[in-house]
Design a protein around this ligand. Sequence first.
Ligand code: PMP
Length: 355
Amino acid sequence: MSKFWSDVVREIEPYVPGEQPKIAGLIKLNTNESPYPPSPEVAKTIDRDAVDQLRLYPDPNASELSQALADYYQLDVGQVFVGNGSDEVLAQLFMAFLQGRGTVLYPDISYSFYPVYCQLFGVPAKTIPLREDFSLALADYSTEAAGIIFPNPNAPTGMGVALDEIEQLLKARPDTLVVVDEAYIDFGGESAASLVSRYDNVLVVQTFSKSRALAGMRVGFALGQRSLIEGLERVKNSFNSYPLDRLAQRAATAAIQDDDYFKASCAKVVATRDRMTSRLEALGFTVLPSQANFIFAKPPAAVSAETLAAQLREHKILVRYFNRERISDYLRITVGTDEQIDTLLAVVESLLKGA
Ligand code: PMP
């Protein structure tokens, strides 16, 4: 600590990212990345010409990508905002709409960046407990608030929220900004993108890091009514006018335009998820119903989640264990390729036999 640290920096508990191992050969099921590469169109677009053009600043409006996203979600280009990963988009919306405006509500078991942003931007937070079965019930969000933020599907539970429940909330709370963090929406959830044109109090945030396999490139975006997008643009233009570098703009545009590849990758992940769920249940695990590219699973009584995570690591398989109240009996396991999941299942089975 230095004498120059501000009170905020001294007090903050920064987000701890999942491990990105330095050693090769691990089966990496700990940070919900895609097990498949991005669309082959991505590699094609990062050509000699793209590299030559790196001498020029990027398009500050990411116009081509924003238009491609608008076309994809059947919105106007003015209803799209892009940024360096959805974490950055979330930070920008905290600055634009939540800082200094009152309390923010979010689920008590949820994405751990929300409390960090609340601390960083001095936003009072109130957590709303998930129900007994870990479901997220929006009917419970009745406290007066400037904003409500939640992932759909929720993380790390993987459980989805129905679109009509979200619409009820938007109708009931016209003066509250509702942020739907759809990082994992493409694996079976119902996107609130379809509500954006009808409600001025919703922002949908998505990412290219999961279903579009571009976590290493950092591309996220928000969909909302023009007035909200303009607020985000103001923040962006006040500290960093370039939302994305040139390569990221090209790569993301190529990825969004290759819908067949995208749909096929998501379908493979969903099929593997359902297969691994049944197999783990047969081995005595309790698995929450997932609409995401990961599952949240409680091992049978013979072994604790923490011990199993450590044992899997010895077998070169990384999964995520959260030492947090209410969920310390569970492991979050990213859906890998069929081959990776077969290895995982075989190792789990042999460990349980020895337990
Ligand atoms: N929201 C949720 C719920 C997430 O789990 C993640 C990934 N850790 C993000 C947002 C951020 O994703 P990215 O910054 O890679 O777009």
